[in-house]
Design a protein around this ligand. Structure first.
Ligand SMILES: [Zn+2]
Length: 105
């Protein structure tokens, strides 16, 4: 299916902000992704509100992507920061303990 055909089917596209997952590079609606932010103080943390100031990177709601982003240091590159072991552990812990961890859904 061509892109043109898809556009023609949606004559009134809604303006949904799109972001790219730093791990799998898939683009999707910003609200479908989880924002990780490097705060001005240099700490890296999950931004559940999406409103924290600082440099942000987005990951989709799949544990695989979080593991990949941390293992391959995609997140480090995206945030231009060197994540500490503690920060990486905290991010993985967040993914494990949150509803986004579900692999079925
Ligand atoms: Zn992803």
């Amino acid at each position: 299916m061509s892109t043109a055909a898809r556009v023609a089917k949606n004559p009134k596209p809604r303006h949904i902000p799109q972001r790219t997952c730093v791990a799998c590079r898939r683009t999707m609606a910003k609200r479908e992704l989880v924002r990780v932010v490097r705060t001005p103080s240099g700490a890296v943390e999950v931004d559940t509100t999406g409103k924290k100031s600082g440099r942000g990177a987005y990951l989709c709601r799949a544990q695989e992507c979080w593991r990949l982003a941390l293992k391959k240091e995609r997140l480090d590159h995206a945030l231009k920061a060197k994540l500490t072991a503690e920060e990486k552990e905290a991010l993985l812990e967040y993914v494990r303990s949150s509803p986004i961890a579900g692999e079925d859904k």
